[in-house]
Design a protein around this ligand. Structure first.
Ligand SMILES: *Cc1c(COP(=O)(O)O)cnc(C)c1O
Length: 359
């Protein structure tokens, strides 16, 4: 067996300990003679899996009792529609556009009501987070929407926007469980799990209880009502059972790493190794303003497209995979999620230093 260092933005690296455990349980899950993929979602065995997953997530994030945890399908992208359908009572919402994912969410919301773009960082290729201390929040806005960590551009809110009392809704797909959060600051906090938590195909939405009602836009399909899933314990229909099982293992792994405090310390240490190198390199440069740098996604360039391409190719040959930047930014991007070991970042920096010397 040989494993590479995988810097993919998503689906992304998972903890080896978790993969090994899943491998051991693949053919015969704890003596029941079948794999988790083969068992009924209504079975006692699976019930224990989903209940433990939710309980462990609640403990990790310190989720208050008045929030529901929903394991939903359709990825993060389906939430772009589900959020306005469930929350737009006045048919008005405010969006802060800090990247492609926020922009997609904003565009989708326009189908259901008046979605205002109240701030944007598109003028500088989304390389910073706008000042959100005194935004023109609409008096009748049903919520204010942000994408908290911008996967493609590598920026992260270090301070949540001042929503002037309005509900905050946040997409945390690429910073999920990377550091402690205060769930009470949000009406909905949600993330696709394939960046930092598990395999692709599921989103975890943590929704304040009073927002889960039958009072939704009349066009809302049954499957897109939060209440449908909340009432059925995320099992209105067959859930993504195997993904829930894998996420549950990752929750236990994070617990063993010292919980979210431990994860944050580990992530800060890792990111500092890469950013410190970028800050002194003559060849490689970070593309984001320092104050808004993400701990998870680190885009960088040489300034020369040909040299970028040569670097990506050489890195791949040396066992550092998926370093090519997003097609809209170019250059490189190293995604260094929770499961990326410190050693992976140290070795990448050693490789970059050697590449710089030789070129
Ligand atoms: C990847 C990503 C998405 C899209 O996730 P899907 O599960 O593919 O729909 C949305 N938001 C952010 C911040 C992402 O990183």
């Amino acid at each position: 067996m040989s494993r590479v260092f995988n810097f993919s933005a998503g689906p992304a690296v998972l903890p080896e300990a978790v993969l090994k455990e899943a491998q051991e349980e693949m053919m015969d899950y704890r003596g029941c003679g079948m794999s988790v993929m083969e068992m009924s979602h209504r079975s006692k065995m699976f019930e224990e899996i989903i209940e433990a997953a939710e309980a462990d997530l609640r403990k990790l994030m310190n989720i208050p009792d008045n929030y529901r945890v929903l394991f939903l399908q359709g990825g993060a992208s389906l939430q772009f529609a589900m959020i306005p359908m469930n929350l737009m009572k006045n048919r008005v919402a405010d969006y802060i556009v800090t990247g492609q994912w926020a922009k997609k969410a904003w565009q989708e919301a326009q189908k259901y009501g008046q979605a205002n773009k109240i701030a944007s960082s598109e003028d500088k290729t989304f390389s910073y987070i706008p000042d959100c201390s005194d935004l023109p929040i609409s008096p009748d806005a049903d919520y204010v929407y942000i994408c908290e960590n911008n996967t493609i551009y590598g920026t992260k809110y270090k301070k949540l926007p001042n929503t002037k009392g309005k509900l905050l809704v946040a997409d945390v797909s690429s910073c999920f469980l990377s550091e402690p959060v205060n769930v009470s600051d949000y009406g909905i906090i949600y993330g696709g799990v394939q960046k930092n938590v598990g395999p692709a195909g599921m989103v975890i939405a943590i929704v304040r209880e009073d927002l889960i009602t039958d009072d939704v836009l009349s066009c809302t399909p049954t499957m897109m009502k939060y209440k449908t899933h909340a009432d059925a314990g995320s099992m209105y229909n067959t859930p993504n059972c195997y993904c829930i099982y894998m996420c549950g293992k990752v929750f236990k792994w994070i617990q063993s790493m010292g919980g979210l405090e431990g994860m944050k310390a580990h992530n800060e240490k890792k990111a500092a190794i890469l950013y410190d190198f970028l800050d002194q390199s003559q060849m490689f440069h970070g593309t984001v303003v320092k104050e808004d740098r993400s701990l998870m996604n680190v885009p960088f360039v040489t300034g020369d497209k040909e040299l970028d391409a040569r670097f990506v190719k050489a890195a791949e040959e040396a066992g550092f995979l998926n370093l090519k930047g997003h097609r809209t930014v170019g250059g490189m991007r190293a995604s260094i999620y929770n499961a990326m070991p410190i050693e992976g970042v140290q070795k990448l920096v050693e490789f970059m230093r050697a590449f710089e010397k030789e070129n």
